[in-house]
Design a protein around this ligand. Structure first.
Ligand code: HEC
Ligand code: HEC
Length: 347
């Protein structure tokens, strides 16, 4: 008898161990942004009836798997299918209604007319071309004129997850309790709404470009390196000159191990130059505060086996690292600056 009880206890605990718990997974992976009970935070609220009643489980799964590239919503590609299902079940537990079935009916409409309507009725929140409210949801990086930042609609992740029917439902009925109002109530006709759906769907062409631009820096090296034909001191002087010539402020020069070893014992063959351009700094921080981890700008000069080398982080990797295409432009500009600094100092 004891043996049998033991067997059942074992079986039960094994089962408890292997079946993923949606609540725990949600707490671990999602609640920091969407709130413990799905009431929203940096991420949009998920527990609202108006949301849950308009999206299928398919939409939820695809959204979680694909994320919203370039926005703050990450892609959870490493969750197992069982874990993914458990998270979705947990989200569903906030509603007592059944999930709407996935309906892939194509909504036909006049996308030219939809584009005009979009500019006049949607762009003030969703941005011109549906690129989303300003910023990516991170604190400080957005205007505080809306309690919930409007999602990007021209987003590859969103468009892959959302069916035409989901778009039509959401636009028609809105999301109660958010700035997204029912467009039927706001006076748009059903035909107007279909036209807007056709226009939003047509953003897919543009969204694909976005993905390509996101992936374009995949094979960029993480670090930019240049060999100097000069000695250590001369290279450092050249670099200081190049930094000033590029209109940067030299903040300070340190030995790489400064503060780690007693003063005077530093390795004089490893020097870091810290510099900054305040215009760039404020611009980049406004787009994404995480850039702060890499500021101020620095270049390291090192002498090894009589050879002097300069190195710095490759700014092109940042926009990729942070999954934020809004950074592309400033990172590309920084890449040009860093490359020319290294070049000028070693010319
Ligand atoms: C006053 C600002 C505002 C206007 C105007 C507005 N929206 Fe929204 N929209 C939002 C917000 C905020 C959300 C996110 C709501 C939430 O928390 O789920 C949203 C959500 C959506 C969603 C769901 C996106 C997703 O990620 O699931 C769609 C689709 C959408 N809006 C389309 C439109 C269209 C089309 C128009 C114009 C006809 C429009 N919206 C007008 C603010 C707005
Ligand atoms: C780092 C913050 C963050 C984390 C972590 C996060 N999300 Fe999100 N999520 C967001 C933001 C922000 C959006 C809105 C997308 C936009 O702005 O375009 C979003 C959107 C969504 C949407 C679409 C909502 C809609 O209105 O269409 C779902 C569903 C979702 N998240 C589920 C999850 C789940 C489940 C997890 C955990 C497995 C998770 N998210 C983790 C920030 C996050």
């Amino acid at each position: 008898m004891k043996k049998i009880i033991f067997f059942f206890v074992l079986l039960f605990s094994m089962n408890a161990y292997s079946a993923p718990h949606g609540d725990e997974l949600f707490a671990k992976h999602c609640s920091s942004c969407h709130g413990k009970d799905g009431k929203g935070g940096v991420g949009v609220p998920l527990a609202m009836p108006s949301f849950l009643n308009s999206v299928s489980d398919e939409f939820l799964k695809k959204t979680i798997r694909l994320g919203r590239p370039g926005r703050i919503m990450p892609s959870f590609s490493t969750l197992s299918d069982a874990q993914l299902n458990a998270v979705v079940r947990h989200i569903r537990s906030w509603s007592d209604k059944q999930a709407p079935a996935e309906d892939s009916t194509v909504v036909k409409g006049d996308k030219k007319h939809g584009e005009k309507l979009f500019a006049s009725r949607c762009a003030q929140c969703h941005g011109a071309d549906g690129k989303g409210g300003k910023g990516t949801g991170v604190t400080f990086s957005r205007k505080r004129d809306l309690p919930i930042i409007a999602p990007a609609l021209n987003n590859a992740g969103f468009l892959a997850a959302a069916s035409d029917v989901m778009l039509r439902e959401t636009i028609s009925h809105g999301r109660e309790g958010t700035p997204m109002v029912s467009m039927l109530d706001a006076g748009m006709s059903k035909k107007d709404i279909d036209d807007v759906v056709a226009y939003v769907r047509s953003m897919e062409a543009q969204a694909e470009k976005l993905e390509v631009s996101l992936n374009k820096n995949d094979d960029e090296p993480a670090i930019l390196v240049a060999d100097s034909p000069y000695g250590m001191d001369e290279t450092v002087e050249n670099l200081k000159q190049a930094i000033t010539d590029q209109n940067f402020t030299l903040i300070r020069t340190d030995y790489l191990d400064h503060g780690l070893v007693p003063t005077g014992k530093e390795n004089k063959k490893q020097v870091v130059l810290h510099f900054c351009n305040f215009g760039f700094l404020f611009e980049a921080l406004a787009i994404d505060p995480r850039v702060g981890m890499f500021l101020p700008c620095r270049v390291t000069v090192m002498e090894r086996d009589g050879k002097v080398q300069l190195s710095t982080i490759n700014p092109k990797r940042l926009s990729k690292l942070f999954n934020n295409h809004e950074l592309d432009e400033s990172c590309d500009a920084m890449y040009e600056v860093y490359s020319s600094l290294l070049e000028d100092a070693t010319l």
